[in-house]
Structures are given as C-alpha cells and as structure tokens.
Design a protein around this ligand. Structure first.
Ligand code: NAI
Length: 308
C-alpha cells in the first residue's frame, strides 16, 4: 500500500525512513515544494535499502501530486517548524495556507485517503483539514499524543531509573506547552501506579518536563525535533496499514466526547484500517477534566484565527 509524505524536511524524511525500515508499505512518495529536494531525499533513502534490508520503494516529486494517486495514507509535514523561543501557535499564518493547499491536492488524487496531520499548531491544522477537505472525520488524524506519550515515557523511565519498556503512560488534550495533559495518575511501572515509586515532587517534574519536551529540544537543536516525531508517525501509519487496532492518543474531531464538540484535541483512539475506529472513553479525575477543558478553550482561541 502506498503512503504519501508531504514535506521532505526533517520530520517528513525521518518518517519516510522509519516507514521504509519497518517494511510494511509498498511505496512511500515524498512531495516537497523545493525543486529536487524530495527527489534527492528519496534517492538517498533508497540507497539505504540494500544496507538496511527493506523493499519499500521511495520516490520523490517536486509538487506533482499525480504521483501520489491512490495513497492509502498521506502525512502532512509541510510548513515551517518553530525556532527557539517560539510557540507552536505562532506558526499558524504560514502553515494554515500550506496545509489547506496540500490537503486539496491530496484529496483530488486520493479521494479515499486517510490524512495524518503533523504541521503545527497541529490541533488547529487538523481542525482546518476537517473544515476544508470534505473527508469523513474518521479519516483525519492529528499526530501529537503519540509523540508526547513517548516523551512522557522517556521522562518516567528517567525518574524511575528503569528501562523504558517497564513504563506506560499517555498524554492527552492539546499538543502545546501549556495544554498538554500527561496522565500521571494513570502512568504505571510494570502495571503498578508510579505514585507507588515517585514522590509528588518527582511526579510534577516528569509532568512539567514532558510538557516542555518539544521546547527543550528546540532550544538544543535550534529547530524542532525529527527522530521521535518521525517514529511516532510511522507507528500510526503502521497501525492503519497493518490494521493493528492499537490504542494511540491522537488529535481527533470531537462530537461530545470528553465534553467537547467541534474541536480537535488529543484523546485515546483505536487506529486501524479505516483510520479512527473508536474514540476510547477513559475516566479522568476532576482535576484532569478541568485541565482538559482549559486546553480546549486555548485551542478554540487559536482556531478562531483560521480563515477558511
Ligand atoms: P522542515 O523545514 O525541515 O520541513 C518542512 C518542509 O516542508 C520543507 O522541506 C519545505 O520545503 C516543505 N514545504 C513547505 N511548503 C510546502 C508546500 N506547499 N508543499 C510541499 N512542501 C512544502 O520542518 P520540519 O522540522 O520537518 O517540521 C515540519 C512541521 O512539523 C512543522 O510545522 C513543525 O512544527 C511540525 N512538527 C510537528 C510535530 C508534531 O508532533 N505534530 C513534531 C515536530 C514537528
């Protein structure tokens, strides 16, 4: 099955690489606006095939969407990333125009496509795709929670001084420094609540470091991260193409779930061959419900800046 990745920059190329390395897609088409860039990245990645033993074909195109025709999944990573000190929300002006145009091109050539939105501010960009693409809501998935949960697990394992495979945890609500909601009350180490091992101070440390996980990397790298974002996208794409039905937190259009409607926010969902198969209702504490509602209010404000 064919996967299109729009934007052959840091995140797009990383995600194409992880998809190819896992060998579950027949073809990955990279699209970029920069002349020759996607073609170059595709050629470089294809030259890894014999070294890394994958058969996925990777091709690139400078804006020729006919090459993307018949894609099962398309990932939108096109746009600008943030620089140190910037919030994700500050990217809205430029990225909204790009995401809208890219979405129209994708849907024209692949009317049955499932779109994964990565460009920031992601919750608002996912909302924009819902409002402009005409696709059913099950086929639009914002990627944020998969990455933020991975960063949460990294910080949990660090605090617990244990292997990452021992810990489990999930981040919901908004993909923003202030609106992210790492569910520390549900985080576990080998199935045991982490509150059994970590002081309140340490739990707060884990939560706060998770929330600024992206900003910490942006400060270190001078631009936003790409390895973990690319890996997170590949997990979503694999769950769709291989119909794994994994539960992954994603930014989805809500229709009453978690007390919200007409907004995209991070909630756990079963992801399979049809895209979003089911939004999972997990019980939140009163404090978590309040934080979820505050995050929703902030995202609504950013959504208000969109022009359709
Ligand atoms: P990048 O600058 O390395 O790559 C973006 C690419 O998009 C560039 O190659 C550019 O030429 C291309 N592009 C721009 N306009 C285009 C158009 N109209 N059509 C096709 N291609 C176009 O940026 P990077 O680091 O890959 O980040 C991409 C986006 O992903 C940013 O908005 C960033 O904030 C976001 N991001 C989101 C994450 C998430 O968890 N949702 C995580 C990391 C980044």
């Amino acid at each position: 099955m064919k996967v299109t990745v729009v934007g052959a920059g840091a995140v797009g190329a990383s995600c194409a690489e992880y998809i190819a390395m896992k060998n579950f897609a027949s073809e990955v088409v990279l699209v970029d606006i920069k002349e020759g860039f996607a073609e170059g990245k595709a050629m470089d990645l294809m030259q890894c095939a014999s070294l890394n033993a994958f058969d996925t074909k990777i091709t690139g195109t400078t804006g020729d969407y006919s090459k993307t025709a018949g894609s099962k999944v398309a990932v939108i990573t096109s746009g600008i990333p943030r620089k140190p000190g910037m919030t994700r929300e500050e990217l809205i002006g430029i990225n909204a125009g790009i995401v809208k145009e890219v979405t129209a091109n994708l849907v024209k050539h692949s009317p049955d496509v499932i779109i994964i939105v990565v460009s920031n501010p992601m919750d608002t960009m996912a909302y924009l795709v819902h409002k402009t693409s005409g696709l059913p809501k099950e086929r639009i998935i914002g990627m944020g929670g998969a990455l933020d949960s991975a960063r949460f697990k990294y910080r949990l394992a660090e605090a617990l001084e244990c292997p990452i495979s021992d810990v489990d945890g999930m981040v919901v609500a908004a993909h923003s420094d202030t609106g992210m909601l790492p569910l520390i009350t549900k985080a576990t180490r080998n199935g045991v609540p982490v509150s059994e091992f970590l002081s309140e101070e340490k739990q707060n440390y884990v939560v706060e470091e998770t929330k600024v996980g992206g900003a910490t990397l942006t400060k270190l790298l001078g631009t936003s991260a790409w390895y973990a974002p690319g890996a997170a996208v590949s997990v979503l794409v694999q769950s769709i193409l291989c119909d794994q039905k994994k539960m992954i937190p994603c930014s989805l259009m809500l229709d009453g779930e978690y007390g919200q409607s007409d907004i995209c926010l991070g909630v756990p969902a079963i992801i399979g061959k049809n895209g979003v198969e089911k939004i999972v209702d997990i019980s939140l504490t009163d404090a978590e419900k309040e934080k979820f509602a505050t995050a929703a209010a902030a995202v609504r404000e950013v959504n208000g800046d969109l022009k359709f």
